[in-house]
Write a protein that binds this ligand. Structure first.
Ligand code: ADP
Ligand code: MG
Length: 388
């Protein structure tokens, strides 16, 4: 919008006129006889009507791009931007199997629920363990962004962890259609991440993307619109949280919850020595006395705590590079590796991977939204082609 404004008033005016106007220009509608004979010919009338309807439907059904992540689900609505960003969590009654809450509401229940209510992360390890819950979640999120008008039947493109099976893919597409989608297509998360990060996926040049989310790390080399080498592992952000709480328990005799461990990782976590090391006070329960206690934790300690999961991620990148055909590997070495997903924000992760592989590493501009923006761009590319 900024760019347009800067170009002066005239450009703004031109921009404001829709390319395909719904109506005939004023003078043409008024000029001459009101009903010209040609307008009465059935085929003309029908074609005109169909065009008008097509335009109306096209305007009202806004395509959805969805990032169905292990930790977070994001939904992009065409023409409006990212309209939903919620944790992939569902609260379920274990006795009646009823879904009680989804997303933010369900996350608020974690750790505060009676025994009968359980918070489920249906995609926790990058595989769909519980399909009904996944479907309920997807249904809820799609409904939330669509107004309940009958004619809102968008096309949907969903980025899913590449480890899911063909049957699960079809089930996700089917679930989207049941939730009101006109058509649905599932694409691999690394592909979506690469598109979202602005990599030239369609060109004959190798691009490597490393997507590190909550439950899975996925590495892929892409060229000419296809994945040429790919590896994934069920080690990512959550594994780091667990490593931090295990470290604090063993080294400091302090019991901390899942979300405290995540906060520590985000606030003072790092993968490479920092110019200015950090520390913070953490609160938990003393393992010996059982009473609340506060201790100080340094960034060096946190780095030590997450050394193992970091090592696994670095190994995965090296293995994928090994597996990449030589020409494409040379491209990656020249052009660098791009990091996406929430853990790409971990301090010094780019430096660590670069030091270990001798390849330049860059962090995507907004690593948390790369996948959903990739699905949105994919939809733009599909314009004019109906999905299945
Ligand atoms: N600033 C940060 N530093 C380190 N880790 C982060 C940061 N922000 C988010 N994360 C982690 O990123 C993970 C979620 O990333 P995301 O890409 O949304 O996952 P997914 O795609 O699996 O849903 C979580 O484990 C979260 O703790
Ligand atoms: Mg993701």
């Amino acid at each position: 919008m900024d760019r347009i404004k800067r170009q002066g008033a005239q450009t703004v005016e031109q921009y404001d006129v829709p390319e395909e106007n719904l109506y005939e220009p004023e003078d043409r509608r008024r000029g001459g006889s009101v009903l010209r004979p040609a307008a009465l010919l059935p085929h003309r009338t029908f074609a005109g009507l169909a065009r008008t309807f097509g335009r109306i439907f096209g305007r009202l059904s806004r395509d959805l791009g969805i990032d169905l992540g292990t930790a977070n689900t994001l939904v992009h609505v065409k023409g409006r931007g990212i309209m939903l960003r919620e944790p992939s969590v569902v609260a379920v009654d274990t006795v009646t199997h009823q879904v009680l809450a989804v997303g933010d509401d369900a996350k608020r229940m974690v750790g505060r629920t009676p025994a009968q209510i359980r918070a489920v992360r249906p995609l926790r390890d990058g595989v769909i363990a519980d399909f009904d819950t996944t479907e309920a979640m997807l249904h809820h999120f799609i409904e939330k962004v669509l107004s309940r008008r009958l004619w809102e039947h968008p096309r949907v493109v969903i980025g899913v962890p590449s480890g899911i099976t063909e049957v699960e893919r079809r089930a996700v597409e089917e679930a989207s259609r049941r939730a009101g989608a006109w058509s649905a297509l599932v694409i691999d998360e690394p592909m979506a991440a690469a598109i979202g990060a602005g990599l030239p996926v369609g060109e004959a040049v190798g691009s490597m993307v490393v997507d590190i989310g909550g439950g899975t790390t996925e590495v892929a080399v892409i060229s000419l619109g296809g994945i040429c080498a790919e590896r994934s592992v069920r080690v990512a952000g959550e594994e780091m949280d667990e490593a931090i709480s295990a470290y604090v328990r063993h080294e400091l005799n302090l019991y901390i919850g899942e979300s405290t461990a995540e906060q520590i990782k985000i606030k003072i976590g790092s993968a490479f020595p920092l110019a200015q090391e950090m520390e913070m006070a953490i609160r938990g329960k003393d393992l010996v006395s059982g009473l609340p206690k506060s201790v100080r934790l340094t960034s060096q300690q946190v780095r030590e705590a997450i050394r193992e999961p970091l090592g696994i991620i670095v190994e995965l990148v090296k293995e994928t590079l090994d597996e990449t055909p030589p020409e494409l590997a040379a491209d990656v070495m020249n052009r660098g590796i791009v990091l996406a997903g929430g853990v790409a924000l971990l301090r010094g992760l780019d430096q660590l991977i670069s030091a270990e592989t001798d390849v330049p590493v860059f962090v995507a501009e907004d690593p948390l939204t790369a996948v959903v923006m990739g699905t949105a761009r994919y939809l733009d590319e599909l314009d004019g082609f109906p999905l299945r």
